[in-house]
Design a protein around this ligand. Sequence first.
Ligand code: ATP
Ligand code: MG
Length: 251
Amino acid sequence: MKPIITSKDLVLYYDTFKALRGISMEIPEKQITAFIGPSGCGKSTFLKTLNRMNDLVPGVRVEGEVLFRDEDIFAPSVDVTTLRRKIGMVFQKPNPFPMSIYDNIAYGPRLHGTHSRAELNELVETSLKGAGLWDEVKDRLKKSALGLSGGQQQRLCIARALAVQPDVLLMDEPTSALDPASTMRIEELMATLREQYTVVIVTHNMQQATRISDKCAFFLLGEMIEFGDTEQVFSMPKDKRTEDYITGRFG
Ligand SMILES: Nc1ncnc2c1ncn2[C@@H]1O[C@H](COP(=O)(O)OP(=O)(O)OP(=O)(O)O)[C@@H](O)[C@H]1O
Ligand SMILES: [Mg+2]
C-alpha cells in the first residue's frame, strides 16, 4: 500500500538540542498509526512536524524530508494553511473556541471560503455526525461550546477538524484528559474515522494503542526504535528496548 506520509532521515533541533535524530517511516493511508514511548522521547515533536506546527516554535531547525503524497512539505511552494487543512490536528486538552457549537465547526470552512448558509449547515451536521456528537447537540447548536462536557468538547474538536475535509488527522493524546466513558466513545469514533481518514495518534496508554491502532511506532530519546503492525510490536517486539518499554520495565 502506498504511504500517505513519508519521513526520510528527519532531524529536528530546538536551538542546539537535537530532539529528533533521523526519523524514517512510511505512514500508511486509511489506517491508524500509534506513536508510543516514554515522556520526552519526541512523539509530539514528530507529530507536529508532519503538518509544520513546529514552524511556530522559535529556534526550530529541520533537516531531512517529509513527503505528503510525494510532495515535500518543506518546499518553498507549499502553502502551510493548505497543508494544515489537509493534515488536521487534535490536541490533548479540548480547546473549543469561545463561541457557539455551530460557529466552532463553521470557523474553518468560512476561513477557507465557504459562506453559503446551506453549505455550512450541511458541513456542520455531517462533521458533528462524523464525530458522534450530533444527537447530543443538534438542539443547542447556537449555545456556547464551553458549556459542553470535556468528552463532548473533545468530540467537538474532532468535528471541527473534520469540517475542513482533511486527509489526515493528527491526535496528540486526545483522551488523556477524559474519563473512561468519554475515552471509550472517542476510541469507537476512531474506528469509524479510519474508513475515511488516515489517523496518527500519540498515546501513553498501551491498551489503547493495542485496541485502536493498525501500526505502532516506538520512540526513545529522539529515535524511532521500532515500527510495525501493532500486533507484532506488542506480541513479538524485535528490539529489546521496545520489549522493556511495553512490559513496563521503564517509562
Ligand atoms: N518548544 C521546545 N523548546 C525546546 N525543547 C523542546 C520544546 N518542545 C519539546 N522540547 C524537548 O524536546 C524533547 C521531545 O519533546 P516532546 O514534547 O516531543 O516529547 P513527547 O514524547 O511528546 O513527551 P510527552 O510524552 O511527555 O508528551 C524533550 O526533551 C523536550 O523537552
Ligand atoms: Mg507529547
